[in-house]
Design a protein around this ligand. Structure first.
Ligand SMILES: *Cc1c(COP(=O)(O)O)cnc(C)c1O
Length: 441
C-alpha cells in the first residue's frame, strides 16, 4: 500500500488505504473495482467503522454514566442489514414510522429497546407499535396522548411513554434542522405551561405509564453547550413536577444531533467530548436538585453511520466555462443525496482512481438531475479529472440514501458493505422494472 498524506483522506472510514496504483481502498476493497463490479452511483459502507462507532458511543457514555442505553436513530440510514448490525451491537432503535418499525421487526430486533418517535404518528402506526410491544412511545402532543390512551385501552395494553418536550433552546444549526425552539412542530413547549399540562394528563390517563422525559434540539449540533443548557432546564422542570405532582422521572433522553466532520475546514466535538459534557451536567444537576438518577437514553444517528459511508460516482461530461467555473458532471446527485440542495450541506470529494496526484483542478461536482440546484460539492480541488474517473465523497453514510428518490425516473443506487477485503451487496440497484412495479394502466 502506498502512503498518501492527502488531508482529505482523514474524513474517510478508518480502513481507508491507497494502493500502489493510487486507488482508494475501503475495508480492504479497491473502490475502483467495486465501481466496476456494482456500477455507480454506489454507496459503500465500512462495517468496521460502523461497529466501532456503535461501541465508541456505548463506551464513552457508560464509563461515565453506567445506566445509559444508546439507541440508534434509524432515520439517519436503515435497512435490514444495518438493523441486524445494531441488534448485534446491543443498541436500541429510535424509529419514526411503521416502515422503520417493520424493518426492525423483520430482523427480530428486541422490541423493548425500540422507541417510537414522531409528531404525527397515524392510528395504524400506533396500533402496530402497541401490538409489536415497543418499549416506549415518545408522545409529541395532546391529540396523540388521548389517541394512544384510547388505543391502548381498546387493546388492553398498558404502554410506557416518554413525553417529548421543547425546551426552547436554539442549537444554532440550519433552521430546517432545528427542532427544540419554541416555534417548532415538535413536542410540548416548556415555557408555555403546556409541558406541565402534559405531565398532569399523562399521569392521569389509565392506559399509559409516564416513564420519563425526552427532548431533541436539532442536528447537527456542533457544540456541547446547547445540550447542557437544555438538560438543566428539563431537569429543573422534572424537579418542579416532582414537587407539584409527585412525578418520578425514571428515564431521561436528551436526543441526538451529534455533529461529524464533513469537510476539512469544519470540525466537530468528539464522542468523548459530547459524553463528558452531557453526563457531567446530568450528574451535577440531579445531585443539585435531589433527583434520583434516571436511566439515560442517547439517540445518535449521524454520529454512528456518517463516517462509515462513501459515495462513488462516475464522471461523464466536464464543462469548462472559461473564467467562470469547471463543472464535473456525475451520474448521481439529488436523487441519492439531496442534502446539499436541501440545506446547503457541504462535502469534500476526491478522485478515487488518482489519489496522490496533485489536486490542481478547481471543480464543482454537479449531479445528473434536471435542476440547477443539483450540485453535490461546490469549488473543491481535485486531481485533473477526465471522463470515466471515479469521484468519492466521504461521510456519505447519513441522511443521503434515506432521503433518496426517483426524480427523473432514475433508479436508486446499490449499497454494499465491505469488510476484510470482501464486499457484500446489502441492497441491489433498482432497475426500470422496479420503477414501474406499482404502476397500473
Ligand atoms: C433525528 C433524530 C435523532 C438523531 O439525530 P442525529 O443528528 O442523526 O444524531 C435523534 N432523536 C430524534 C428524536 C430525532 O428526531
Amino acid at each position: 500500500m502506498r502512503r498518501s498524506n492527502l488531508p482529505k483522506l482523514s474524513l474517510f472510514p478508518f480502513t481507508k488505504e491507497v494502493d500502489n496504483r493510487g486507488h482508494l481502498c475501503i475495508g480492504g476493497c479497491d473502490s475502483i473495482e467495486l465501481a466496476k463490479e456494482y456500477g455507480t452511483p454506489l454507496y459503500v459502507l465500512d462495517e468496521l467503522t460502523l461497529r466501532s462507532k456503535c461501541q465508541e458511543f456505548q463506551t464513552e457514555f457508560t464509563k461515565r454514566y453506567p445506566d445509559t442505553l444508546i439507541i440508534y436513530a434509524a432515520k439517519a440510514f436503515l435497512n435490514r442489514a444495518l438493523a441486524l448490525i445494531f441488534k448485534e451491537e446491543g443498541l436500541g432503535l429510535d424509529v419514526v414510522s411503521g416502515g422503520e418499525l417493520s424493518v426492525a421487526q423483520s430482523v427480530a430486533f428486541p422490541p423493548d429497546k425500540v422507541y417510537f418517535h414522531g409528531n404525527n404518528k397515524t392510528v395504524d402506526e400506533l396500533e402496530l407499535a402497541l401490538k409489536g410491544e415497543v418499549g416506549r412511545i415518545v408522545v409529541d402532543n395532546f391529540y396523540e396522548l388521548e389517541l394512544l390512551d384510547r388505543l391502548a385501552g381498546e387493546m388492553g395494553i398498558s404502554q410506557k411513554i416518554l413525553l417529548r418536550l421543547t425546551p426552547g433552546v436554539d442549537p444554532h444549526t440550519h433552521r430546517y434542522t432545528t427542532t427544540g425552539i419554541l416555534d417548532s412542530k415538535f413536542g410540548f413547549p416548556l415555557t408555555t405551561g403546556q409541558a406541565d399540562m402534559a405531565v398532569v394528563k399523562a399521569m392521569s390517563v389509565s392506559n399509559l405509564k409516564l416513564a420519563g422525559l425526552h427532548f431533541h434540539l436539532g442536528s447537527p449540533i456542533p457544540d456541547t453547550s446547547p445540550y447542557q443548557i437544555a438538560i438543566e432546564l428539563v431537569l429543573r422542570f422534572a424537579r418542579e413536577m416532582k414537587d407539584k405532582y409527585n412525578f418520578h422521572m425514571q428515564e431521561f433522553a436528551p436526543g441526538g444531533g451529534f455533529a461529524v466532520q464533513y469537510t476539512l475546514d469544519s470540525s466537530a466535538p468528539s464522542i468523548a467530548d459530547y459524553a463528558e459534557a452531557i453526563t457531567s451536567k446530568l450528574m451535577s444537576m440531579t445531585n443539585e436538585l435531589g433527583l434520583a438518577c434516571p436511566r439515560f437514553i442517547i439517540e445518535p444517528g449521524r454520529g454512528i453511520v456518517g463516517q462509515a459511508g462513501v459515495a462513488l460516482y462516475t464522471i461523464g461530461a466536464i464543462k469548462e466555462i472559461p473564467g467562470v467555473r469547471n463543472y464535473i458532471c456525475v451520474d448521481g446527485g439529488i436523487g441519492d443525496n439531496v442534502r446539499p440542495a436541501l440545506y446547503e450541506a457541504k462535502y469534500e470529494a476526491l478522485l478515487a482512481n488518482r489519489v496522490g496526484e496533485e489536486e490542481t483542478m478547481r471543480a464543482t461536482v454537479a449531479g445528473r438531475y434536471c435542476e440547477s440546484g443539483d450540485i453535490l460539492v461546490r469549488d473543491v480541488m481535485v486531481a485533473p479529472a477526465s471522463v470515466g474517473d471515479i469521484i468519492a465523497m466521504p461521510v456519505s453514510g447519513a441522511y443521503s440514501i434515506p432521503m433518496s428518490n426517483n426524480y427523473n425516473m432514475v433508479p436508486r443506487p446499490a449499497i454494499i458493505m465491505v469488510r476484510d477485503g470482501k464486499a457484500r451487496l446489502i441492497r441491489r440497484r433498482e432497475n426500470y422494472q422496479d420503477l414501474m412495479r406499482l404502476d397500473l394502466i
